[in-house]
Design a protein around this ligand. Structure first.
Ligand code: PNS
Length: 158
């Protein structure tokens, strides 16, 4: 079985993430969304909330599993019998950061490949941090996060 890991902070999951998950689930037998616990990063949503929100919006994609992880991503991948880390690429600035991480992960475990998927153009400007910034100041986040999560994000700033 060809299993891929799609890692991230997902604070919160955006339509850009969901696009990669949907497309990734079509080309791998199983896609594990790996949510970084991130103890040292100030997250808007707790790890339990981030996992629950992703489960909610991916419930109809049968081969997607959502799990949290801490520590090294390559160790998590090995634990789950995966040799593929799937990442979405938006811009050149993403590339520099992602290239560095891919090389580091390859140094840590040369058996694991990082595979990049281009973000759909409709979402190339969408990031969790920009969504939070817009929501914080009362802007419209329709179309940026899945519809069923709009209220969840807005509630955090009330
Ligand atoms: O959505 P993000 O915050 O850009 O995701 C970053 C993530 C979770 C992919 C990255 O921080 C990660 O893989 N962390 C685990 C620690 C690790 O394995 N580090 C070594 C590679 S640089």
């Amino acid at each position: 079985m060809n299993i891929a890991i799609y890692p991230g902070s997902f604070d919160p999951i955006t339509n850009g993430h969901l696009d990669i998950i949907t497309r990734g689930a079509k080309i791998y037998d199983k896609l594990i969304v790996a949510v970084l616990v991130n103890v040292d990063k100030n997250c808007l949503f707790s790890i339990e909330e981030r996992v629950e929100l992703i489960k909610r919006v991916t419930k109809d994609i049968k081969n997607v599993e959502v799990l949290s992880f801490d520590g090294l991503l390559v160790d998590f991948a090995k634990l789950h019998n995966s040799k593929v880390i799937l990442k979405g690429l938006r811009t050149m600035s993403d590339f520099e950061y992602e290239f560095q991480m891919a090389l580091m992960n390859s140094k840590l475990d040369s058996e694991i490949e990082t595979v990049f998927m281009m973000t759909s153009s409709a979402y190339s400007y969408v990031s969790s941090s920009s969504v939070k910034q817009v929501a914080k100041f009362g802007g419209n986040i329709n179309g940026l996060v899945p519809d069923e999560l709009i209220l969840e994000v807005k509630k955090k700033f009330n």
